[in-house]
Structure formats: C-alpha cells, structure tokens
Write a protein that binds this ligand. Structure first.
Ligand code: HEM
Length: 499
C-alpha cells in the first residue's frame, strides 16, 4: 500500500490519468474477471478520458477509447507488440510445452536481426490469405455449404447451435481438407464447442485439468484427433495456408503433438468468431421482415442467376461483395454491436503517443472496442442500436445526425471488428466469403418461422457481455426456429459461386 501511495504521488505528468480501483491493487482485476467486456464501459464512464490507466498489481493497463489514439496505437507497432501477449495466452489456451514456446519466441533469430518464427508465421498468413490467394479455398467452402444445405430437410432447430455446427464443419473442410477430424469424427465439432464454453476457466485456473475437467478433456480429444491427422499425413490435402503452417512448425523442430496444439489455436481463429457472427447476422436480419425483403430484392437484382434448363440458381460471391451494399453493411453493423475486440499490445519500451501521452514500458495497452463501438460522439445518437444502413455509403460507417455536417464519415480506426494496423485479421476475406454467401442463400431459399406451439420466435437473446473479451459475444440462450424451403424455391438446385 505504501509503494502504491508513493507511485501515485510521483507519476510523470505525461502519463495518462490514472483511474484507481476501489479495492487497492486488485480491484480492476476483479472487475475484469466479473464484468468481462462490460468492465471497460464501466471504467470509461468513470474516467471520460480518451486514454486512462488502470493500475493492476505492480503494472498497469492503458485503455484507449478514442479512434484518433487507436490509430496511433496501430502505427506504433515497433514498440507496442502483439507477440508478448498472444504467445503466453495461446500457450494457456492450447497447452503446448515450454520448449515449443521457446521455439516460437525464437530469441536466436531476434538477436541476429533475422525474421523470427512468429514473423515468418505472420508473413505466411498474410501472403496466403489475401483476396486473390483465398479464392480456391473460397470455392471449396461454397461447394460445401451448397451440398450440406441440399441435404437438409425442413424442420425445427436451435439456430445458434445449427449455425455453429454447419459453420465449423464447412470451415474445417476448407482449411484442413476432406480428411479433417471434424469430417471423420462427427462428434468432434461438439467437443470443440464444449471446450469453447469453458475455455476461460481452463486458461485461468492453475489446475484447469481438475477444476474445469469437462472442457479440458474436450480440448484434449480434439488435439488427439489433430495429432492423428498430422501423423497420417492427412494435411497433404489441406489448403495451402495450412500446409505451409504445418511445414513451418515441423521444419523449426516443433513436435507433432505441439504442431497439432498450434492448429487447435488456429481453429479458435477460424471457427469461433465466424460462427457467432453468422448467428447474430441472421438474428438481426430475420427479426426485421422489412430488412429481409430489402436484402432479398438486393440479392435478386445483383447476385442471383437462374438457369431454367438445369433448374439451378446460383449466387455469385463477387456480386455479393461488390454490388450488395446493404448486405455488406449488415455484416459490419453486426460486428459493431457484438464484437468488443480489445487489440491488446505489450509496451516494450517507453513510448510517447500522439506527442502527448507517455506509455510506460512493461505495461499493456488495449483499444476498448466495446466502448468505441457504442460511442455516440463517433456513431451518432443511435450508437447503441442496430442500424442496417450505417455502412452502406462507406466501409468506415457514416455518423447519424440531423444536419449534413453531423452525417460525416466515421474515423477509419473506430470500427474494431477485424482489428487494425499490423494485426488486421488475415482471415477477414475468407470470413466474408463464407458469411455473405451463407446468409444470402439462406435468405433466398428458406423461410424461418416460429416453431409449432410457440407464440413467436424469441429473437434478440441477451449477449454474454460479462465474458472476458476474446471475440464476438455469444448469445446467452439459443433461438428456436422452423426452417422451411420457400415455396417458390422448391425443387431448385443451389450453387454458390465465387464469380
Ligand atoms: C467474423 C470472423 C472473424 C472476426 C470477427 C475476426 C476478428 C479478428 C480480430 C479483431 C483480430 C485482431 C486481434 C487483435 O488486434 O488483437 C484478428 C486477428 C486474427 N485473425 Fe481473425 N477474425 C475472424 C475470422 C478469422 C478467420 C476465418 C481466420 C482464419 C485464418 C482468422 C485468423 C486470425 C489470425 C491468425 C489473427 C492474428 C493475426 C496475427 O497474428 O497477426 N480470423 N481476427
């Protein structure tokens, strides 16, 4: 307490204002653990500064709530690093060994000024997942979605569970090939989501295998199947990006089991945010009948082709991307209201931000996406509402307001759905192919009505806002619907195309 008092009395005047916890040392840690993504909203209401410091034990976390400063954080990528944060987090998440962690840290290469293991991984992902490189994999995922929807019969279902199963299976197929564990062992997808449900518990507990046994065992089952996948050489049919990742690991001397654990971490990136986003997008659209009609008209006009001779209806992803502004806007708006991304970076040396704020070495700085996404200054008075047309004119979004001056384009760093700067999600092009195409075919081909015996569909479940902010927020309950082919689309064969 004395030390804390001394530190409080001697801050550098350039340091961001400090928001002291109500319980000394650990108050903010307790707040984050109990309030999750919500906690930054609570502290930002108390602080009201564009950047402030939350002291935690002997260190501190700076929280950024202005798009202008978020932009500076993105640009200071030589001293504000993702790697010192993501490596220990991934190790706790997937459980690889200490020796593998050292291979990933690659101190030798860094000392010699050569690209480290993580640099090479970063370059590999960004070079193999660009819009052009991802087209072949895009075609596979679209074929998979078409085939699986054809095989589906009408009936009742829990929408979130259905979305995540379908999305997990088609995505795993596109990344890991036809002999991926999700394809060979149908129960594995469920195991993956059992782990996801309690992954924070497994990560936070020093003895997760005892205290959060169910989730821990589920993870180990998936890892075991991924290890078998690698041992049997099934990765040879994987996408180019996965083949290159596997080669990079094995060439660097990472054991097969830890390579499998690293791929388990990749599944976290590829499956979770996308599945949850599809659910929320459908929820926001299907609960607004007028928006459903508007989107159907947009897709029918710009992206749908009907071949009467073969009774095939095709939807072109390229047209969805470039000629369906409302659909694209709805995707970004869905992320804006459900994704409180925090872009955490480790401050490796004292850094002065925007010529004004001093960030101390060995601290953490986070961009509070959840706060930024609800800021009325940034988005206008309807910041807390879902506005499907917000991103129609520009991908950065337009501020709502009553005068022309108020209706200005939003700062490009305010939308945090895919991060930004050097850690701009490399999977975003692929996610866009899957999500836009899946939603478009569901809207054109199916109706979602209330299940028998129920008074209506219970749309808009509450979001799991109190979870530690790791991605798009999950719904706290599922939404039951009856999914039925539209009369005018019966007997039609669907084909999702890239072009
Ligand atoms: C809707 C779907 C998705 C969302 C909302 C999303 C969101 C994000 C965000 C916000 C970040 C930045 C994290 C930060 O700044 O700290 C990120 C990074 C990342 N994402 Fe995604 N993502 C999605 C889909 C995917 C897919 C399909 C992949 C598959 C490859 C992927 C792989 C990654 C990876 C590997 C990183 C870390 C990049 C690096 O180390 O530089 N994501 N994602």
């Amino acid at each position: 307490a004395l030390l804390e008092r001394w530190l409080r009395a001697h801050p550098d005047p350039r340091e961001p204002p400090v928001l002291h916890p109500r319980v000394p040392f650990i108050g903010h840690i307790i707040g984050l653990l109990t309030e999750g993504a919500n906690y930054y909203k609570i502290t930002s209401t108390r602080s009201r500064h564009p950047i402030y410091a939350l002291p935690m034990l002997s260190s501190q976390t700076y929280v950024v709530t202005s798009p202008h400063l978020a932009n500076y954080i993105q640009r200071a990528s030589s001293t504000l690093l993702f790697e010192p944060i993501i490596l220990p987090v991934t190790q706790r998440m997937v459980g690889f060994s200490k020796s593998t962690l050292e291979i990933f840290r690659d101190a030798e290469a860094k000392k010699a000024g050569k690209p480290s293991f993580m640099d090479r991984m970063h370059n590999l992902l960004y070079s193999l997942m660009g819009p052009a490189e991802i087209r072949y994999q895009g075609k596979i995922v679209l074929d998979q979605i078409s085939q699986r929807l054809h095989a589906r019969s009408d009936g009742e279902m829990p929408l979130f569970e259905w979305c995540r199963e379908l999305f997990s299976e088609v995505t795993a197929y596109a990344f890991y090939g036809p002999e991926n564990p999700f394809e060979l062992y149908p129960g594995i997808s469920k195991e993956f989501w059992v782990w996801e449900e309690d992954m924070i518990g497994v990560m936070a507990s020093p003895i997760g295998q005892v205290t959060h046994r169910k989730a821990y065992l589920a993870r180990e089952k998936v890892v075991q199947k991924l290890t078998e996948y690698l041992e049997k050489g099934r990765g040879q049919a994987a996408s180019p990006v996965i083949q290159a990742r596997i080669r990079l690991h094995l060439d660097a001397g990472v054991p097969i089991e830890d390579t499998a654990r690293s791929e388990f971490g990749m599944l976290f990136g590829t499956l979770i945010n996308g599945s949850i986003t599809v659910f929320w997008l459908l929820n926001h659209v299907l609960s607004r009948p007028q928006l459903v009609e508007e989107l159907r008209a947009e897709i029918a006009k710009s992206a749908l082709r009907i071949d009467q001779s073969t009774k095939t209806t095709s939807i072109s992803f390229e047209a969805l991307r470039s000629a369906c502004p409302i659909l694209n806007s709805v995707l970004r708006e869905t992320l804006r209201v459900t994704a409180p991304m925090t872009s955490a970076r480790f401050v490796t040396e004292d850094t002065v931000l925007a010529d004004t704020y001093l960030l101390r070495a060995n601290s953490v700085v986070q961009i509070a996406g959840g706060v930024l996404h609800q800021d009325e200054e940034v988005w206008g008075p309807d910041a807390r509402e879902f506005n499907p047309h917000r991103f129609v004119n520009t991908p950065n979004g337009t501020r709502t307001g009553s005068t022309e001056a108020e209706k200005r384009s939003v700062h490009p760093a305010a939308f945090r759905g895919f991060g930004g700067g050097t850690v701009y999600c490399p999977g975003r092009h692929f996610a866009q192919i899957e999500i836009l195409s899946l939603v478009a075919v569901l809207l054109m081909g199916w109706e979602f009505t209330q299940p028998k015996g129920e008074a209506g569909i219970r749309w808009n479940p509450p979001m799991y806002e109190k979870r530690t902010p790791i991605g798009v927020m999950k719904p706290l309950r599922d939404v039951n619907v009856t999914m039925k082919r539209r009369e005018e689309m019966r007997g039609i064969k669907w084909s999702l195309q890239m072009e």
